[in-house]
Ligand binder design. Structure first.
Ligand code: SF4
Length: 268
């Protein structure tokens, strides 16, 4: 049984064992798990494995109905949209799936100045946007000073159609001290996708650069929370490894965040 303790170390072997144990799960067992899910107390990774392995129209229909009910119970009739604003495509990492990777010599690199950020924000505001996600790569010029300045620029840019009320950020993992500076600048959600929770695949996909450090990345939400940021976007980039493992790993790391926090899960 999964405990609610998160050590920052994902127990891959246990997740694979749970998937194996769930193989061929009966529809009856899956429907029991769906009933438990509707109680809104969460599921263990072993129970999630049952849902991932179960087959049949009846089970799927029950899952979809429960998902809809749970969403309505927790969020109501609410859908939140935010506009991503890429402030730079400079990056010192070499993620194999990304066009911004350092080894891509054909890409023209660009970093927005504060004036250019204000122009972009002005346009987004005239379209009616109220929430924005600043997106950065990772590199020597992606300093916390630059990020704080960008956040302040967004909040300071106002039009007669309104203003951005919430700035979220997607940036490389930081120290607690630097996360605290973002928090003090007024960011909403900190978004950091693990891309893949499977350590071997992670190493293959991230051959060099600071992002090749799996442990530094997977523990970033914990440091952000310690710094006072209580809304976190985590998740995998589906397609890099077995989706079933990725779902379980996301649930597993999410459990570590839940006891004292309410993370927002973003699944790209
Ligand atoms: S760190 Fe982000 S921007 Fe940089 S190469 Fe990887 S995915 Fe692309």
């Amino acid at each position: 049984m999964k405990t609610l303790e998160w050590t920052g170390v994902l127990d891959e072997a246990r997740l694979f064992e749970e998937l194996e144990a769930a193989r061929g799960a009966s529809p009856e067992r899956a429907l029991e798990v769906v009933v438990k899910a509707r109680e809104l107390h969460g599921l263990t990774t072993a129970e999630v494995a049952v849902l991932l392995e179960a087959e049949g129209f009846k089970v799927r229909e029950a899952m979809f109905a429960a998902a809809s009910e749970i969403k309505a119970a927790i969020y109501g009739k609410r859908m939140v949209l935010f506009a991503p604003l890429y402030v730079t495509n400079e990056c010192c990492n070499d993620c194999l799936y990304c066009g911004f990777r350092r080894s891509n010599q054909e890409l023209i690199r660009k970093r927005l100045t504060m004036e250019e950020i204000a122009e972009e924000v002005w346009l987004l505001e005239t379209m009616g946007h109220k929430r924005l996600l600043l997106v950065l790569g990772e590199g020597p010029r992606d300093t916390v000073d630059y990020m704080v300045q960008a956040i302040e620029t967004v909040y300071a840019t106002k039009t007669d159609r309104g203003e951005i009320r919430r700035v979220n950020i997607n940036c490389a993992p930081l120290t607690v001290e630097n996360f605290r500076r973002l928090h003090e600048a007024g960011i909403g959600t900190y978004q950091v996708f693990q891309e893949t929770y499977h350590r071997e695949t992670y190493a293959l996909m991230h051959p060099s650069g600071p992002k090749s450090n799996y442990d530094w990345r997977i523990t970033a939400p914990d440091r952000a929370f310690e710094a006072g940021i209580d809304d976190l976007g985590i998740g995998p980039l589906f397609g890099l490894f077995d989706y079933r493992f990725e779902v379980m790993a996301t649930v597993d790391s999410g459990w570590g965040l839940i006891p004292s926090r309410c993370p927002a899960w973003s699944l790209p």
